[in-house]
Structures are given as structure tokens and as C-alpha cells.
Ligand binder design. Structure first.
Ligand code: IMP
Length: 182
């Protein structure tokens, strides 16, 4: 059974993803070159392909950590209730933090995590996101590094899921509405 048959259209293709990772990697390398061992924190599970591709374009000694934070519960809209399922293993006190995210939608997840990391004493906290969906915001939130701004559509692939499926598509596509309305 093919995954592609559930996709209405491709929004960000493999070549565009490659170019985004190269561009953001260069920018981050330049901005962080005078910082001491920044920590890149990936938010599981959606960050995995993006973090992995992006990190290979950052030419600096960085540490990589993960947190598992949930705001969706299997559906297509955020519950607004952010839970930490798995915390990171290192102290962030006095450290420069770059959070890697697949998509910023309502802004609730990142607003919560940024506040938490600052409360824990992080020296700086910035966001790099592959996708930004500003029309979905309920909390004002501006990620510093954005791969591409997208319209208010439910998208899957390259880490993003619908009910845990489609994360392994190599591109980002708009899911056919009949998949989540049936
Ligand atoms: P926020 O807290 O509403 O900004 O939600 C961010 C999280 O919601 C992301 O890390 C995704 O897990 C999920 N999300 C938001 N929009 C989409 C989408 O279009 N497809 C799949 N997951 C999404």
C-alpha cells in the first residue's frame, strides 16, 4: 500500500528540503561560531529527519539532545495541553540552546519549552523550524530560523505524522482531507 496515494499535493520537495538545510546550516554556523558548544535540542518525534540533515550542515562543535513533548493526541489540531514525556539528559544552565522543530503551528509547544529552558537558566534559546504555519498561531511566536512558511494546511512527511503514519515520506505533502474526515 503506497503512502503517496494519500497525498493531495507536494508542498516542499526533496530538492527544496536539501537547499533549506544547506542555507540554514550556513546561517547557524555563522551565527554560532563564537558560542561555546551550543546544544541543539530536537523535539521528538517530528524533528528527526530535519535535525539529522540540518546538523550535517552545521560546521561547529555542537551537542545534540532530544525532548519528547506532546501537544497533539493523534488528531489534526493541537490540544493546547503541552506535556513533557521525555526530558533531556544535560543541564542547560548557562548554555546557548537551539531548538530544532518540524513545524510551528499554534506556538504553544515552543512557547512552553522556551519558558521552561529559560527558567532552567539557559543563556540563550532560539528556534530553527523546517516549516512555519503563522496562520495557525494562538500565541505570538517568531522562530528565528525558518525553512519555509506554509499556508494553514495539515501536512505530513519528512518527520510529520497523522496518527503516527507518513513520517517516512521523503517530502512534505498536504494530506487528502478524506483521510482525516473518514
Ligand atoms: P504547536 O504547539 O501548535 O505550534 O504545535 C507544534 C506541533 O504540532 C508540531 O511539532 C507537530 O507535531 C504538530 N503539528 C502542527 N501542525 C501540523 C501539521 O500540519 N501536520 C502534522 N503535525 C503538525
Amino acid at each position: 500500500m503506497s503512502l503517496a496515494k494519500d497525498i493531495k499535493s507536494i508542498l516542499v520537495n526533496e530538492q527544496q528540503i536539501k537547499e533549506i538545510c544547506e542555507r540554514l546550516g550556513k546561517e547557524i554556523t555563522n551565527d554560532y561560531k563564537s558560542k561555546e558548544r551550543p546544544i541543539m535540542i530536537g523535539l521528538l518525534k517530528g524533528c528527526v529527519p530535519f535535525l539529522s540533515d540540518l546538523a550535517r550542515h552545521i560546521d561547529l562543535p555542537i551537542e545534540i539532545e532530544y525532548m519528547d513533548v506532546s501537544s497533539y493526541h493523534g488528531g489534526i489540531s493541537s490540544s493546547g495541553d503541552v506535556k513533557i514525556r521525555k526530558d533531556m539528559n544535560t543541564s542547560v544552565a548557562g548554555r546557548d540552546i537551539l531548538i530544532a522543530e518540524d513545524i510551528v503551528d499554534t506556538g504553544r509547544t515552543l512557547d512552553t519549552i522556551v519558558k521552561l529552558l529559560k527558567h532552567r537558566g539557559a543563556k540563550s534559546v532560539e528556534i530553527v523550524t523546517l516549516l512555519d504555519k503563522p496562520a495557525g498561531r494562538v500565541i505570538p511566536f517568531e522562530p528565528k530560523y525558518v525553512g519555509v512558511t506554509i499556508p494553514k494546511e495539515f501536512v505530513v512527511g519528512y518527520g510529520l505524522d497523522y496518527e503516527e503514519i507518513y513520517r517516512n515520506l521523503p517530502y512534505v505533502g498536504i494530506l487528502k482531507p478524506e483521510i482525516y474526515t473518514k
